[in-house]
Design a binder for this molecule. Structure first.
Ligand SMILES: C[S@@+](CC[C@H](N)C(=O)[O-])C[C@H]1O[C@@H](n2cnc3c(N)ncnc32)[C@H](O)[C@@H]1O
Length: 203
């Protein structure tokens, strides 16, 4: 087990409301997926989904082809437990996103607060290649990362902060910007974290 796996396995010993990134309803992500105008049966993946409630919300809206990938087996187990029988409707993948080479192409690749942990240039390049390969033509890439005015660390790890222009510079070779905006996230401890979101379309 490498350090990244061990770190995130340990993190998920806490309860969900002890996580700064916790959202009872991930409104922005849901809205961006709806704005992607994909069919309810199109394949959607949540990268580093952890035990996020995003899949609960998408199932309730009728999306039926959902995958969640996370490096932490414990996070996935927790999400499955929360969903009960509904969890059988989801494809669960325990993997480092950098090792993920899917056979299928996704209509939507959603990543909130996972990509920004890749602080080494070589890892950013690997991620960029993976996301460009895994999304189908005209598919959507939704990315939320800490803003340049947001935190510089999360969960004890350094992150790379992103502005709109840095996201476009990083992914613009394969994706066209549809919209980008900053958003203030209220943590469960009543503090704020500034996120940068972009919705991209595969060119
Ligand atoms: C800050 S949490 C965000 C969780 C979720 N996306 C949300 O918004 O609630 C980051 C998540 O990314 C996962 N993660 C971190 N590095 C990863 C990697 N290299 N590959 C896959 N998952 C990773 C962690 O286990 C954790 O669940």
């Amino acid at each position: 087990m490498n350090n990244r796996f061990a770190h995130w396995q340990k993190v998920y010993e806490k309860t969900e409301q002890e996580f700064s990134w916790y959202q009872s309803y991930p409104e922005t992500s849901v809205k961006l997926i709806q704005e992607s105008r994909v069919c309810l049966s199109d394949p959607i993946i949540d990268i580093g989904g952890g035990d996020s409630h995003l899949v609960d919300a998408l199932l309730a809206l009728g999306y039926s082809n959902l995958s969640v990938l996370d490096i932490s087996a414990r996070a996935i187990e927790r999400a499955k437990e929360r969903l009960g029988e509904l969890s059988q409707k989801i494809k669960w993948i325990v993997s480092d996103v950098l090792a993920f080479k899917p056979a299928e192409k996704f209509a939507v690749w959603h990543d909130r607060a996972t990509f920004h942990f890749l602080v080494e240039e070589a890892n950013v390049v690997e991620y960029r290649e993976n996301v460009a390969t895994a999304i189908r033509h005209e598919g959507k890439f939704i990315l939320g990362a800490f803003s340049i005015n947001g935190p510089s660390k999360c969960s004890g790890l350094p992150v790379l902060q992103y502005s709109e222009s840095k996201m476009i510079e990083t992914f613009g070779h394969d994706f066209q910007k549809e919209k980008c905006f900053e958003e203030e996230h209220q943590t469960p401890f009543n503090t704020q974290q500034l996120f940068q979101f972009c919705l991209f379309s595969k060119t």
